[in-house]
Ligand binder design. Sequence first.
Ligand code: G
Ligand code: G
Ligand code: NA
Ligand code: MN
Length: 254
Amino acid sequence: AILGNELREAIQKNQFVLHYQPQMNEAGCITGAEALLRWMHPRHGVMPPDSFISVAEDTGLILPIGRFVMETACAQLVAWAARPETAHLTLSINVSAAQFRDQEFIDHTLATVKSSGVNSCKIMLEITESLLLNSLEGIIEKMFELKTRGISFSLDDFGTGYSSLAYLKHLPIDQLKIDKSFIRDVLTDMNDAVIVRTIIALAKSMELNIIAEGVETKEQRELLAKNGCFAYQGYLYAGPMATEELEQYMQQLI
Ligand code: G
Ligand code: G
Ligand code: NA
Ligand code: MN
């Protein structure tokens, strides 16, 4: 198991990197990416977040790691903005509940946006329903504070959590992200198909954008499009990759 000490050392030694997974539109054009954290472990190689995020959350180390993520993501957006081929790209950034509840989160995020010179309209924060389990009060205020500065919000893993749909009305959310667990068997499982159609209809009626993750086949994408979902993320296009690979991937799309 991963220990807090190892994570602390990883932060000091700059062993974290961001990988980027393309987000595509119905025309097959890339519109943006999701930033996904990786730990380049000196002995174990590339470690996915599932192996260390919960330890990071339990030890509080998610806060410095989250600051690294925000700083790296903003720097990446600034680099993309400097080149015509990548200037349109947006970036979705995962934020744990523990980060969002930290009182310095807003100040650090806004300071990072400002010092990096990034266009904040390119930033989307991915939160999960777990953020909405306890008191919503401070949360909504914080969201509005970021929204007035141009940052938008996506509700990740949508449909897997416990939040009441009534919350959606009160939250300044821009996008619902259909969880990959519903997409996997959407072609064969009637329940998944109904859930996916219902989430899309809900998003539409609340004027929220919708994106599906875990799209692995053309048939899944076609079913999504037929039901009104026109933004996709998944292995059908590409998995998460380093920034240089993403630029190569974009070259071969043209
Ligand atoms: O990359 P992978 O699909 O293995 O990511 C698994 C999960 O880890 C994601 O769904 C996301 O919830 C979480 N995750 C990935 N990157 C980050 C990050 O930068 N910060 C936080 N807080 N969570 C992340
Ligand atoms: O933030 P979240 O936990 O939803 O992160 C998405 C996770 O899903 C990442 O760890 C990523 O590696 C993974 N992923 C991305 N595309 C696909 C896909 O098409 N199929 C599956 N099974 N997983 C995917
Ligand atoms: Na996510
Ligand atoms: Mn997800």
